[in-house]
Design a protein around this ligand. Structure first.
Ligand SMILES: [Zn+2]
Length: 254
């Protein structure tokens, strides 16, 4: 978002803000971006959000095997978003190693909009989100465009040097609310739960591990389910499916 003082404050592209690598690797070698932890429990497939309003300026599908650092394929599946210029220079954010992206080149996106899910494609040792900010085509330390609401995975992770600092948010500028939703339904019969499960497979929500179920009674006849965080379109489809099978779901902002 553009702050009232004209500066840019980007939104964190993930819900959790844990740096595993900074602008320089722990070895001191240049890294040109930051790595954010995506692992929570058993899954590293997490929603990735646009850091600011903009237009998707590039996408790349990973070829599935090239990891050569000199090749763009080392980014794996990635998305670039071009934002409004900053001081007459182009401003682009890049989201790399995605499991999948759900936007297309030329598409307009809003800050906080779901653009894809984190993964481990390209040149990676483990799942994480690699995030870059390019000003005038040159990569800059992303932390100078974000607020300081983050932690580091260890004390050796580089953050920023003297003279660089995270953006200060004027008190009058409020962050944008998430538009994602989580749908919950409890005490479903097995048939009702299976109907939603089939839809979740169709929408690829199961593949992205966004569908959760647990038995709500000892006879294992009823289930509580939770689907999300998902887009409003997918949330509506899940709610419609629930009502079609005579069940009721509730939507919560994710
Ligand atoms: Zn990285």
């Amino acid at each position: 978002m553009r702050l009232s003082n004209g500066e840019v404050l980007l939104r964190w592209p993930l819900d959790q803000h844990i740096l595993t690598q900074g602008w320089h690797y722990n070895s001191g070698r240049s890294h040109n971006g930051i790595d954010l932890r995506t692992q929570i429990g058993n899954t590293a497939v997490r929603p990735v959000y646009a850091a600011e309003d903009g237009t998707v300026s590039a996408t790349q599908l990973w070829d599935g095997h090239t990891t050569d650092e000199r090749s763009m394929q080392s980014y794996g599946n990635y998305v670039d978003i071009r934002h409004a210029d900053y001081k007459q220079q182009s401003l682009v954010t890049r989201y790399a190693h995605l499991f999948k992206f759900i936007v297309a080149k030329g598409e307009k996106v809003k800050e906080g909009q779901l653009i894809g899910y984190s993964g481990a494609t390209g040149n990676v040792f483990g799942a994480h989100l690699h995030f870059e900010v390019l000003l005038g085509g040159k990569r800059t330390n992303p932390l100078t465009w974000l607020d300081d609401d983050f932690t580091t995975a260890s004390s050796s992770v580089y953050t920023y040097g003297p003279g660089e600092h995270a953006v200060e948010r004027p008190a009058e500028d409020k962050p944008a609310a998430s538009t994602l939703q989580t749908i919950c339904a409890s005490n479903l019969t097995n048939a009702q739960a299976m109907a939603v499960f089939s839809l979740a497979i169709q929408l690829q929500l199961v593949a992205m591990r966004l569908y959760w179920a647990e038995f709500s009674d000892a006879e294992m006849a009823h289930q509580n389910i939770e689907v999300g965080p998902i887009t409003q379109g997918d949330a509506k489809a899940v709610l419609d499916k629930l009502s079609a099978v005579g069940a009721k779901g509730t939507a919560q902002a994710a």
